[in-house]
Design a protein around this ligand. Structure first.
Ligand SMILES: CC(C)(COP(=O)(O)OP(=O)(O)OC[C@H]1O[C@@H](n2cnc3c(N)ncnc32)[C@H](O)[C@@H]1OP(=O)(O)O)[C@@H](O)C(=O)NCCC(=O)NCCS
Length: 179
């Protein structure tokens, strides 16, 4: 699966992306609000993520999309559309970007394309996103993309990287073209 935007290619992760992924994700500023991301990150763990993404890409029907964000030939992040449920017409969204590329509207451009794919090609009616209340950058991104704040789950997630427990905002985006 591949999507193209003005500056970016969104594509499946392959084993040769290992170094780029290590560079991006072995970083506490980035993983502090990603509840499943370990820190520090080892090569072995990164290899496991790559092979998990590969098996998920091959599943039929497919429920999980872990798309690498390729910019100038380098993978600098991921947009993840997970637990796609064709009956409920819902999925969960996650996104993250190499810290050296923050504040250049790259994530907005990448996620916008995945939202289009979700609504137009997968025919979803709703996308969920959960954001730690301290994660100002992600909150801004979600709101810019049109997500609405629907509620807060108290002490909901324990982050793998820090062991800290966070309250989490629940954001939702509805497909205007569906009931
Ligand atoms: C969240 C994240 C992906 C944002 O990436 P980004 O490429 O910097 O985002 P954009 O450049 O598209 O910015 C979108 C908006 O958010 C704003 N923003 C970005 N970072 C911000 C920050 N730290 N503080 C305040 N606003 C911020 C931008 O200014 C922009 O708003 P504007 O258009 O009104 O200026 C990035 O910070 C990241 O990878 N964080 C760690 C992983 C993570 O927390 N992921 C989300 C889990 S829910």
């Amino acid at each position: 699966m591949e999507l193209q935007t003005q500056r970016l290619k969104l594509r499946e992760i392959v084993p040769s992306d290992l170094e780029d992924l290590m560079e991006t994700y072995n970083n506490l500023s980035l993983t502090q609000y990603l509840y499943l991301s370990p820190y520090p990150l080892t090569q072995e763990e990164t290899r496991k993520f790559i092979s998990q993404f590969d098996s998920e890409a091959k599943q039929q029907p497919r429920t999980d999309y872990n798309l690498g964000i390729e910019f100038n030939g380098k993978v600098i992040g991921l947009v993840q559309l997970l637990s796609v449920d064709k009956f409920q017409e819902t999925a969960f969204l996650g996104y993250s970007l190499n810290e050296s590329y923050w504040r250049r509207a790259i994530i907005t451009e990448a996620v916008n394309e995945v939202i289009k794919f979700s609504f137009q090609r997968l025919n979803l009616r709703r996308i969920d996103c959960e954001i730690a209340v301290e994660n100002i950058a992600s909150k801004k991104v979600a709101e810019k993309l049109g997500f609405s704040l629907e509620g807060t789950r108290i002490k909901y997630r324990k982050m793998k990287s820090t062991g800290k427990i966070h309250d989490v905002y629940i954001y939702g985006l509805l497909n205007d073209n569906k009931e």
